[in-house]
Design a protein around this ligand. Structure first.
Ligand code: HEC
Length: 239
């Protein structure tokens, strides 16, 4: 009697194990994932119609129907535009290889006028100065001599005097937008129009004005040394 019970027990165990093992191989019963959108979240554009990633059925969320299915709402009345002058440069967001970086840097030296309205120049320079003091002077110094507070403290070095560099308003704008060697990009801190205002301030305060921009002949003089080894460069072109 005892022997038979043991045999039944063994058979049950073997059949049971086989059943479990084989059933997990079946294509019809793939492993379950509860709440798949928690494990595999779907990035979606809040201003576009929301798509259901796991089924083909139409997602009609009543609250958003009048918004074309978008869950995000458009800007409310009175929203302040990020780029009121329309000066945003889409290329500022482009990842560049060092060769491209140098090519565009050289080209930027040819730009000797800002796209800002010359009628507002005095106001633009005043704002440029404020932003320069807030954003750049910690390194470059209020006098543009490369002796900002963090340089004087000894925490950072290698900041040039503007007087020692070949600059045009275009190249200052390019460098503050894309960075250069150990200087990072400040595009994230300054709005498109303000980038030109800071450049305008630097040219008028430290380089004797826009018209005093050096000849283009020297354009290749500076980048060649620092940028010679593309792999080692840290121009931080990806924004
Ligand atoms: C963290 C310190 C730091 C800050 C902040 C900084 N810079 Fe620089 N900047 C540097 C360094 C270092 C260099 C030298 C880069 C090189 O090797 O050519 C430099 C170089 C420059 C040059 C010369 C580039 C050339 O073509 O030779 C310009 C123009 C310039 N910075 C503008 C700015 C402006 C405008 C700001 C503020 C928006 C700013 N920098 C903020 C560190 C800084």
């Amino acid at each position: 009697m005892l022997k038979m019970t043991k045999t039944i027990f063994k058979i049950t165990a073997i059949v049971g194990c086989a059943a479990i093992t084989l059933s997990s191989c079946s294509n019809e019963n793939p492993p379950l994932v509860y709440f798949p959108d928690m494990y595999f979240p779907v990035a979606y554009d809040p201003l576009a119609k929301a798509q259901d990633a796991y089924s083909k059925h139409e997602n009609e969320i009543p609250a958003f129907v009048k918004n074309n299915g978008a869950t995000g709402l458009g800007p409310i009345d009175g929203t302040v535009a990020q780029n009121p002058e329309g000066l945003a440069d889409p290329a500022a967001n482009k990842a560049m290889v060092p060769l491209e970086y140098n090519e565009f840097y050289d080209a930027s030296k040819l730009i000797t006028a800002s796209p800002l309205d010359p009628a507002n120049q005095a106001k633009d320079i005043t704002r440029g100065k404020l932003l320069y003091e807030q954003t750049c002077s910690a390194c470059h110094g209020s006098a543009g001599d490369g002796q900002g507070s963090i340089v004087v403290s000894g925490a950072y070095s290698g900041v040039p005097k503007y007087a020692d560099r070949e600059l045009t308003i275009g190249s200052v704008h390019y460098v503050l937008t894309h960075g250069r060697n150990s200087m990072g990009s400040y595009a994230g801190q300054l709005k498109p129009g303000d980038r030109w205002r800071v450049s305008l301030y630097i040219m008028s305060e430290f380089k004797g004005g826009l018209s005093a921009a050096p000849a283009v002949v020297a354009a290749n003089a500076t980048p060649a040394t620092d940028m010679a080894a593309p792999a080692a460069s840290s121009t931080s072109p990806k924004k």
